[in-house]
Design a protein around this ligand. Sequence first.
Ligand SMILES: Cc1cc2nc3c(=O)[nH]c(=O)nc-3n(C[C@H](O)[C@H](O)[C@H](O)COP(=O)(O)OP(=O)(O)OC[C@H]3O[C@@H](n4cnc5c(N)ncnc54)[C@H](O)[C@@H]3O)c2cc1C
Length: 273
Amino acid sequence: MCAATTLFESAPYTFECVKNFKGGKAIFHNPSTPVKCGGAPHKIMYLATDYFRKHGVLPKADVQYWSGVGKLFAVPQYEKTLLEVVKRGNIKLNFMYNLTEIDGPNHVAKFVGFGENNKDQVEEVVFDMIHVTPPQSAPDFVRNSSLVNSAGWVEVDQGTLQHVRHANIFSLGDVAGLPISKTGAAIRKQAPVVVQNLLDVIAGRKPSATYLGYTSCPLVTGYGKLVLAEFDYNNTPMETFPFDQSKERWSMYQLKREVLPRMYWGAILKGLA
Ligand SMILES: Cc1cc2nc3c(=O)[nH]c(=O)nc-3n(C[C@H](O)[C@H](O)[C@H](O)COP(=O)(O)OP(=O)(O)OC[C@H]3O[C@@H](n4cnc5c(N)ncnc54)[C@H](O)[C@@H]3O)c2cc1C
């Protein structure tokens, strides 16, 4: 069996699984909870599929995506491109399913539907390779505190990032209960808002800065191809570049591979970008 999660230690193992896959059923899974980088469960599937194509395995592969949400991507412009990528890889899409069980020795994954049309429908899928993205939550000490909303994330105002019940508490990052894709790119825009609003509150003023929900998913769609999705709370694109970012581009792949790591370590972590 070849089974891996998105944990850091599992990344090299995942590549082993992709390399050792010689045909059959390859399952990629996305849970129903918010996850670190909503695009991450897609990216590995697109990369693996491209790897299968490059190595002549794709014609023998049945690639399937099983997701706990209702569509491939929330922003229509980007979803349109991703659906082309899915078509190119002959990937079968299954929405509104929870992965409830894996029988490792027998290579069977059990999915239970929870949508309008597939409620309680049980699908047992025999696989040759499976990539699982685990359901995610805030750490227990946060989840079990009085700070959270009903979903277990810190309950803050979406604009000011100030806690809705405790004026001296702000939250940002993955733990914040915001309806966005949880990314480092989002935190880059949240941090200055929290700093300004903390200074305002300390000085006895009302919070003056507003976070618009900016987030970014650099969606790797294959080797040398990337869609740089950037959007706000309303799923309206908030793009950085003057060209159509919904297209797959080599330049955006290079941005992700060469520029963003330097920007992250050299500027973002130092509060310079
Ligand atoms: C596979 C993958 C791909 C991604 N790709 C991108 C991308 O391309 N672009 C992008 O912008 N973002 C991406 N992200 C998302 C990005 O990594 C996260 O959004 C970001 O790291 C969140 O930062 P954070 O500080 O809020 O939370 P974290 O990075 O999770 O930090 C929380 C910290 O708290 C610590 N902690 C937990 N409990 C306790 C405790 N009780 N006491 C003390 N410490 C504790 C944890 O160990 C952890 O170090 C990706 C994530 C994954 C997993």
